[in-house]
Design a protein around this ligand. Structure first.
Ligand code: IPE
Ligand code: IPE
Ligand code: MG
Length: 234
């Protein structure tokens, strides 16, 4: 099978997973974090080169202070401790998103884990945190303007391929995009990179989306005929 190079997951449904069990929403986030650890290792074992995950959107700041605080604290413990197994698996961790509005201790934890894993080579885990796809395109456009103004870029040289260099991370396009948790929408996730991504929506809430579920999703991917606008000639 010609597997996907870049897989992306909109990790949705943590809150409902918890609520349906009579638990607090935060319990769902905690369980979701454990799931991500398992999936990242599994993705690496499967030879996936890049795994991008939507962990916190710019719009998620609209949630209660209690939930936002919980998620910020979870990410610190998570980046500092829980990712050690992922790191031992030679996974490089990077982040996409805006730094504005993030607490100093959160930024510090992100910096530490980026630094610790910068020489890892098996797989890239791109964690989209305080991320919005429209924001990313706007921020990229501002960088383009800056380069034009400083003479580092000529207008005629900008194209859809090198525009990637202006994104938060210069990653290949997404081949396969999974959204767990019943909703059929992108909620702003990697709009530019998802242009020709195969889409997979699954009802399973993220905490329950384990290795075998990823295998099943990849099985579906292997049946797709990706034409990129062309017509099959054979
Ligand atoms: C996804 O789960 C995680 C984040 C957005 C932080 P949700 O928290 O959106 O869970 P539901 O969709 O309310 O169930
Ligand atoms: C998208 O989920 C963001 C993340 C998974 C981090 P949301 O739960 O925030 O999206 P909507 O509100 O259902 O569109
Ligand atoms: Mg949700």
């Amino acid at each position: 099978m010609n597997g996907p190079n870049h897989v992306a997951i909109i990790m949705d449904g943590n809150g409902r997973w918890a609520q349906e069990r009579g638990l607090k929403r935060s319990e769902g986030h905690k369980e979701g974090a454990k799931t991500l650890e398992k999936l990242a290792i599994h993705a690496k074992e499967l030879g996936i080169k890049v795994l991008s995950v939507f962990a916190f959107s710019t719009d998620n700041f609209k949630r209660s202070k209690e939930e936002v605080d919980y998620l910020m604290n979870l990410c610190i413990t998570y980046f500092n401790e829980k990712l050690s197994k992922v790191i031992d698996n030679n996974v490089k961790i990077i982040f996409s998103g805006r730094k504005e509005n993030l607490r100093e201790d959160v930024l510090e934890a992100m910096k530490n884990v980026t630094e610790k894993t910068k020489n890892n080579t098996a797989c890239i885990l791109n964690i989209c945190f305080n991320y919005g796809g429209q924001e990313e395109i706007v921020d990229a456009t501002k960088k383009v303007f800056k380069d034009l103004k400083e003479g580092k870029l000529k207008e005629e040289d900008l194209n859809k391929e090198n525009f990637y260099q202006y994104m938060y991370q210069n990653l290949p396009p997404i081949d396969f995009l999974i959204r767990t948790g019943k909703e059929h929408r992108l909620s702003g996730f990697m709009l530019y990179q998802a242009t020709y991504a195969e889409l997979y929506f699954v009802d399973t809430y993220f905490p329950d989306f384990l290795e075998k579920n990823l295998d099943e999703a990849l099985e579906y991917y292997s049946t797709r005929d990706r034409r990129f606008g062309s017509v099959k000639t054979d």
